[in-house]
Design a protein around this ligand. Structure first.
Ligand code: FES
Ligand SMILES: [Fe+2]
Length: 365
């Protein structure tokens, strides 16, 4: 035995932990669902999304009840989704409404249907058996309100378990090092991260005070000779929503809600994480800002910069995923910045065990 073993801490990486199912998860951008069926694996379930004749979106298990052919290999036809193997047709509820060559439809000719909701340009899917309550859809601040520019349609496929992604998103300290060329801020490197409960769940935040505005800040709003205070707050909301709230105001300005909203620059950067499998995550992103609203050139540059930043996270998270699988460990030491990620993971664990207690079974997927 290694003499130092007693000094090592080790937290196991457990990829058998289930997913919380009785929640809305982002499944696709509405614009992705066109005239052809669209396949996506959500929480380990193969799902096919498709347009109904009236234009709405429906979601079914991506398996025909006949021979389990993926329904996504079929087409939108005959008033529903037609299987590409023998032509059985299913409506948005998964009920078979036609079988070529026979009139009788057996009662077993059904595919599982998932409740869907469309909001903020996203299709949300309810995977669990509990009642799908649209009141529980995430709320996006500023969306649809005057004065806000929205960048949407953001999607990346990340090759890591969603818990690794959430640890990353509750960790403002990594930005200085991992995102040197994009959002990293050297002025922040030694400023401790505070953690607090927020209206949305949990936030990890810090104020970077009395620093010169960045060139980008200065281009977005004239701060004159003033220095600025910058708030960066990383919020986590169950089951898997993150948003980063950035406020830049003249240094020393009182931090009232009004000043934070209108005294300088305000940004909300949302990510909706949807587990695909235990080792991969759908990473949907949407970005709002209350400055340079009608500047399409700025939009394009910002989109490219965000895509690059999130890919940097993906590269790191997927490398960590590989090491966790190789070792069976999540970490071997702890530091102060772990506090918010650990709290967020505990919130997830509690949510999963509460759900399991209600359903009486462990929700593995
Ligand atoms: S497998 Fe779908 S109709 Fe036969
Ligand atoms: Fe990051």
């Amino acid at each position: 035995m290694d003499a130092r073993e007693g000094l090592w801490m080790s937290i196991k990486a457990d990829f058998t932990q289930g997913f919380a199912r009785n929640h809305w998860y982002a499944a696709a951008w509405a614009a992705e669902i066109g005239e052809h069926p669209f396949a996506r694996q959500i929480l380990g379930e193969p799902v096919v999304l498709f347009r109904l004749p009236g234009g709405g979106v429906a979601a079914l298990e991506d398996r025909c009840p006949h021979r389990l052919a993926p329904l996504s290999m079929g087409e939108c036809a005959d008033g529903g989704l037609r299987c590409g193997y023998h032509g059985m047709v299913f409506d948005g509820q998964g009920q078979c409404i036609g079988i070529p060559g026979q009139d009788v439809i057996p009662p077993t000719a059904r595919a599982r249907a998932f409740p869907v909701a469309e909001r903020y340009g996203l299709i949300w899917l309810w995977v669990g058996d509990g009642p799908a309550d649209e009141g529980r859809l995430p709320r996006i601040r500023g969306h649809g309100e005057q004065g806000w520019a929205v960048l949407d349609q953001g999607y990346q496929h990340h090759r890591a378990n969603y818990r690794i992604e959430i640890e990353n998103l509750m960790d403002p300290a990594h930005t200085t090092f991992l995102h040197k060329e994009t959002i990293g801020n050297q002025a922040a490197r030694n400023i401790p991260v505070q953690v607090a409960q927020s209206d949305y769940g949990l936030k990890a935040y810090r104020w970077i005070e009395n620093v010169p505005p960045t060139p980008l800040d200065q281009k977005s709003r004239d701060f004159g000779d003033s220095r600025v205070d910058r708030q960066v707050a990383f919020h986590f909301e169950l089951p898997a929503t993150s948003f980063v709230d950035i406020a830049v105001i003249p240094a020393g300005m009182e931090r009232t809600d009004e000043n934070l909203m209108n005294g300088g620059l305000r940004t909300f950067s949302y990510k909706f994480l949807t587990p695909e499998t235990h080792r991969s995550t759908h990473f949907f992103w949407l970005h709002l800002r209350n400055y340079r609203q009608a500047d399409t050139h700025f939009d394009a540059g910002l989109r490219a910069s965000l895509e690059k930043t999130f890919q940097e996270d993906n590269v790191m998270a997927s490398a960590i995923q590989i090491e966790q699988e190789r070792t069976g460990l999540r970490q071997r030491t702890g530091i102060a910045i772990d506090r918010a990620p650990v709290m967020a993971l505990r919130m997830i664990d509690r949510m999963i065990s509460q759900e399991a207690a209600v359903s009486g079974v462990r929700q593995d997927a």
